[in-house]
Design a protein around this ligand. Structure first.
Ligand SMILES: NC(=O)c1ccc[n+]([C@@H]2O[C@H](COP(=O)([O-])OP(=O)(O)OC[C@H]3O[C@@H](n4cnc5c(N)ncnc54)[C@H](OP(=O)(O)O)[C@@H]3O)[C@@H](O)[C@H]2O)c1
Length: 354
């Protein structure tokens, strides 16, 4: 191959191509699922979308299918029911001989609790006796975890078919988890965060087991930070889109804003097309988790010079506990462990920076 021809491999349309791929996006009628659907369909994929509300799916297909190289095809289904998943498999199998991309995106949030209480009786009242019931936990786990397992395993033959037929392509499962499954803080919703942590681990287990079974199906997960959706706002508009004002996240996320459609589109195209990615968590959160400085709870080992970097953060904090440990066996020479505990007026969680 000539050097010039070799260069063609590096073109965006080759590196990130999803043209003529067949995909399924659960929860494709709003929020992140709709972003994923558009990212795939606008770039030439045929995308089946599913959710419990048929009208939402029909509206998305009607609005976003026009003038694009791909297609959007709605099929209503409830992914928390094995029978419903089986019907979905039957319906798609009747039309397609293979599935290249499965995006397990459908999910729900859980009730919130006040976790700052320091009196054991009050904390017990809040966490044990309030309306956050066993059934609520079960519903969250069923929707955010159990269905990832059953939807993925139900589609294995259809996913594997393409991999076997096309050298150089491995079909792919992308689970939409969350940074809520990676942080130590409950963020006031234990059930949701537990379910997302389980989704991250389930991804790793599925990737590992499928490799062990010699199936060339890649399983990864995207852990988003905050994106506009029906879950994170009051709902969606006539275009099935939701909005979070930028100001709401200024000073709360290193990027200074919530995620945009394009941020998620890039993550979806990368994760689905990169043939060398398997068993991984892709965090797309505007630096929230990397910085770990807002509404998250952790401590860092940092060098002395870094103190200056914490100043803007300190200015925005209403109360601070500050301490440091001189070099010990765990910290390299000349490095100090700083622990700053802070509470910001807009954030009810303790923040640890530096
Ligand atoms: N937006 C964020 O900031 C954010 C951050 C991190 C992670 N996430 C995750 O991203 C995923 C998408 O959420 P979103 O924020 O985009 O919220 P969303 O707009 O509420 O989307 C969730 C979608 O899932 C569908 N769904 C819920 N239960 C279902 C079921 N049993 N069967 C089939 N479909 C079902 C919903 O449609 P129906 O109600 O019509 O079924 C809805 O379209 C979730 O897994 C969520 O946990 C979101």
């Amino acid at each position: 191959m000539s050097a010039q021809n070799h260069n063609q491999n590096f073109k965006l349309e080759n590196v990130f191509s999803v043209r003529k791929r067949v995909g399924l996006v659960t929860g494709g009628g709003s929020g992140i699922g709709l972003m994923a659907t558009q990212a795939l369909a606008v770039n030439g994929a045929k995308v089946y979308i599913t959710g419990r509300t048929g009208e939402k799916l029909d509206r998305v297909a009607e609005l976003y299918s026009k003038g694009i190289p791909g297609q959007i095809i709605p099929i209503a289904a409830d992914v928390t029911s094995k029978q419903s998943i089986q019907r979905l498999v039957n319906e798609i199998s009747a039309k397609e001989s293979k599935l290249h991309i499965l995006i397990n995106n459908a999910g729900i949030s859980s009730l919130t609790q006040n976790t700052e209480l320091e009196d054991p009786k009050q904390l017990q009242q809040e966490l044990f006796k309030n309306e956050d019931s066993v059934e609520e936990w079960e519903e969250v786990m069923r929707t955010n975890v159990t269905q990832l397992f059953f939807t993925t395993t139900a589609f294995l033959p259809l996913l594997n078919k393409r991999t076997v037929e096309e050298h150089g392509w491995s079909s792919t499962v992308v689970n939409i988890s969350s940074i809520s499954g990676l942080v130590k803080s409950s963020q006031h919703h234990f059930a949701y965060n537990s379910s997302k942590a389980a989704a991250v681990h389930l991804t790793k287990m599925l990737a590992h087991e499928l490799v062990t079974s010699n199936l060339k199906i890649r399983v990864n997960n995207i852990a988003p930070g905050v994106f506009p959706s029906e879950m994170t706002t009051e709902g969606s508009d006539e275009k099935q889109k939701s909005n979070i004002p930028k100001e709401k996240f200024e000073g709360k996320v290193p990027a200074g804003r919530p995620g945009k459609d394009e941020d998620m589109a890039g993550a979806i195209l990368f994760t689905t097309s990169n043939q060398y990615l398997n068993g991984q968590t892709i965090v797309v959160d505007g630096g929230l988790f990397a910085g770990d400085w807002h509404c998250l709870d952790s401590a860092y080992t940092i060098s002395w010079e870094y103190r200056v970097l914490t100043t803007p953060m300190l200015e925005s904090c209403s109360s601070i506990f500050f301490g440091f440990k001189s070099p010990n066996s765990k910290t390299p020479n000349g490095t100090f462990l700083f622990l700053l505990r802070a509470r910001q007026p807009s954030c009810r969680n303790p923040i640890c920076v530096g």
